[in-house]
Design a protein around this ligand. Sequence first.
Ligand code: ATP
Ligand code: MG
Length: 394
Amino acid sequence: LPSDFKQALPVLEEIEKAGYEAYFVGGSVRDHILGLPIHDVDIATSAYPEEIKTIFKRTVDTGIQHGTVTVLVGDDSYEITTFRTESGYQDFRRPDQVTFVRSLEDDLKRRDFTINALAVDRNGDVIDKFDGLGDLDKRVIRAVGKAEERFHEDALRMMRAVRFQSQLDFTIEEETAVAIKDNSYLLEKIAIERIREEFIKLMLGKAWQTGFADFLKLDLSEYCPAFKNKHDNLEKLLKLENLKFFDEEAAWTAIGYVMELTPKQFNKMLRDWKVSNKSREASVSTDKMLKNFREGEFDLWKIYSLGVDNYARVISLCKLFKIEFDDEALTKKVLNIPIKSSRDLAITGNDIIKILGIKPGPKIGKYMSEIEHKVVEGTVYNNFDNLEHYLLNE
Ligand code: ATP
Ligand code: MG
């Protein structure tokens, strides 16, 4: 057993001592077998949530209606979910009802892909009801059971397929792929927030071009905001080098770039995807800076105004889109910009009033902005004496 599982072993043992079954399940099992780093260790059990809460002292009701209780042990926490089946997917998303069951096999059956339907017991033995091990070996993503039915139950699984494809560099097994293409329209039933979450994981995955290629080929893109009939534009991303994206904002900017959107259209696309305000604003500024660089416009004031924080991302996108210039020299200049905003200036509006002996008014703002320009461009040092001298002499 890997150390993450070993550390959680006492949790399994406690549950078994109380007379129930407990297993490691889900992504951690898959990633462990692939030799990838494990993040959260998930545990599935035959005990009901109320039973789990009597076994452990410190618990949190994370999702008790779905059967999930978080157990705190020392500094660690584990999500423990009761074996369950799901039924009544009336609207192609999430079950109307979950039923707690006592059988591991029933629980594994409701999971999305064979590689995610493996369990590991206390001794490290793998329980593999759907040949998930064979599929891990073949590096394929295959729905558990009839793919078509599984996507009708929950259409988000189609996005999860291309997401795992990108993260793991797997291929989607033929029948599963056909079922995605046939049912891609069901994506319209899914909340955009959930689609976005999978889509971002796809774009930030190591084999994003593989996942993105099927996202296009299997028509999923047609049912996503702003991507309808944009296949030809989006396909341009596949011709680039497979460099990993710097962050979510870089991925969005690259997409806006190949779609040849104006800043306004790009902003609307991000709103349609319900991207957070912070990411949307950073992406729009990144897009503007990238296009400035493409046009040979490297003005320091413009870079500063669009946000120095976006600069590294723009440089990474210039590599992707083969926009060439002396980036080393520019980076040196950008790193030398001494302030992040006017608040970092060594002088205030009140100082200006005193130094020049003038009354408060719009003129003060004009002086401040002039000083800010000079400091950013490096013509005046940002210390009080220099700024005072500049004000008295210019
Ligand atoms: P990650 O490494 O991104 O956390 P994961 O496989 O753990 O990957 P989660 O979204 O955390 O993915 O889900 C945990 C497990 O729950 C999955 O491995 C899968 O067995 C099951 N699961 C999650 N979402 C679904 C779904 N929509 N349909 C069926 N099973 C699902
Ligand atoms: Mg997980």
